[in-house]
Design a protein around this ligand. Structure first.
Ligand SMILES: [Zn+2]
Length: 310
């Protein structure tokens, strides 16, 4: 009986493998992108540049072409490796209100170990474009909060852009912040639970939103650091979001939260960590319609936060 069940289940597994490879063969055939996905795709491709000054110039041109007013927040940053280095955050202020909801994504890409400049598609052109698309779709005229979108520089040098922005911001205005980092493919939303007690209300709102939208969301007790940490350190409510395919999200969960018996094979590195900060973080990873869908998710999440008691 046990053996028969085992055989039956391994037959099912084999069938599963056949179906999975069929599905993969299908997904490699390029389905045409939606118009919104296509524009995200083209914007991401344009962001593949050889340094962050050029990325900044491309983003500015994209915002100007879209008629989105912005200001630049220039700062003196850099770290021990780079020495003093000036940076520029892009700030987009939308609507009015006594308090702000801050949307964050870093647009800078990393310099790789061999000195090459990352294409920075997964980390973090996708997240940057998701935040811009999400912000554009917000019904700001009917919202209670002002929305401040901060596209940050020098995240890769140590969360510097967000820190410099927050240093000069009126913190008493900040009701909530939502950070997006690593968002280029997949329909599973990942988020951290390690943003302090001030963020508990936001986490509840997010969980409700996941349920309302029937979105596969994975809560990470330990989630990799991004610029959310700057807000957490200041005691401000913040969420940090990313997207992944469902399996990659679980593998990442296990890698960060599973301890020694996480079940991942020796030396296993989750998909996303094989790509970011390597030569592999390039346009072939982008699934622009996933980014567009995630942008909708973020828009609706911000509307929920706006309606809540934050
Ligand atoms: Zn990043």
């Amino acid at each position: 009986m046990a053996i028969r069940q085992l055989l039956a289940s391994s037959a099912a597994l084999a069938l599963g493998a056949v179906m999975a490879s069929a599905a993969m063969a299908q997904s490699t055939e390029q389905a045409p992108l939606s118009p919104r996905g296509q524009s995200i795709h083209d914007a991401a491709a344009a962001l593949v540049k050889s340094n962050n000054t050029e990325r900044l110039d491309v983003l500015k041109a994209q915002l100007e072409a879209a008629g989105v007013p912005y200001t630049l927040h220039a700062f003196e940053g850099g770290n021990r490796q780079t020495g003093p280095m000036s940076g520029n955050n892009i700030v987009i202020t939308l609507g009015e209100g006594e308090k702000d909801i801050v949307l964050l994504a870093h647009y800078d890409a990393a310099v790789l170990r061999d000195g090459a400049f990352s294409h920075g598609v997964v980390d973090n052109a996708g997240g940057t474009l998701a935040v811009i698309a999400a912000a554009k779709a917000l019904p700001v005229s009917t919202m209670k909060h002002r929305v401040v979108v901060v596209l940050t520089d020098q995240e890769e040098l140590g969360l510097i852009g967000a820190r410099k922005w927050l240093e000069q911001a009126d913190k008493s205005r900040i009701a909530a912040a939502v950070n997006v980092d690593v968002a280029a493919y997949g329909t599973t939303v990942m988020f951290g639970l390690n943003n302090g007690p001030a963020s508990a209300g936001l986490v509840r709102t997010l969980r409700t939103h996941c349920a309302d939208t029937n979105t596969d969301c994975v809560a990470f007790p330990v989630y990799p650091p991004s610029e959310d940490r700057v807000f957490t350190a200041a005691g401000l409510p913040v969420l940090s979001l990313g997207i992944q395919n469902p399996i990659g999200a679980r593998q990442m969960w296990l890698a960060f939260n599973g301890g020694q018996d996480n079940g991942l094979r020796e030396g296993f590195v989750p998909d996303v960590f094989q790509n970011i900060h390597t030569h592999e973080d390039k346009m072939d990873k982008l699934k622009a319609d996933d980014v567009a869908a995630f942008a909708d998710f973020v828009t609706q999440l911000v509307v929920k936060i706006d309606n809540g008691q934050h």
